[in-house]
Design a protein around this ligand. Structure first.
Ligand code: CA2
Length: 150
């Protein structure tokens, strides 16, 4: 079986998962989530390249790298979701299947979180399912990859 790589990118402050605000973001650490994501990806014959950064430009660089060298992308842009036209432009330019993911339901939160600048560049958005969302996003991405025309 050919193993394709998918990128799983996490933005600012997501390295703090499991340390604070468990009522919003759950108790799993980013390392827990990445390990579970890799397992789920493996079950679908995919290899997950998981990365986190607090820097907007680094996320842009990684989206470009994902477009050049991977089959698809899952991204939780963190707070850049609500502000980053640079990330929107990078995602729009990336001609691979893309899923935006949020642990929380951003529409049920503060007004400033209810708009995503970046979501319009994604094929779909998964939110509100906590850490399980990452596994769901892998399944959704696999489904998009299977729909590709050879
Ligand atoms: O719900 C999500 O996944 C978010 O992308 C998380 C971002 C937030 O800015 C978005 O509006 C929604 C924030 C992640 C911060 O994560 C922390 C986790 C533990 C402790 C502190 C921050």
């Amino acid at each position: 079986m050919t193993v394709e790589t998918i990128f799983v990118l996490n933005g600012p402050n997501l390295n703090l998962l499991g340390t604070r605000e468990p009522e919003i973001y759950g108790t799993e650490t980013l390392a827990d989530i990445e390990a579970a994501t890799k397992i789920r990806a493996g079950e679908f014959g995919l290899a997950a390249e998981c990365r986190q950064t607090n820097a907007e430009g680094t996320l842009v660089d990684w989206v470009q790298e994902a477009a050049a060298s991977s089959a698809g992308l899952i991204i939780n842009p963190g707070a850049y979701t609500h502000t980053s036209i640079a990330l929107y432009d990078a995602l729009k330019a990336a001609a691979i299947p893309k899923i935006e993911l949020h642990l929380s339901n951003i529409h049920a939160r503060e007004a400033f979180r209810r708009h995503s600048v970046t979501a319009a560049a994604a094929d779909g958005v998964i939110m509100g399912f906590g850490a399980a969302g990452y596994r769901l996003a892998v399944e959704a991405l696999k489904s998009l990859l299977e729909r590709r025309v050879a």
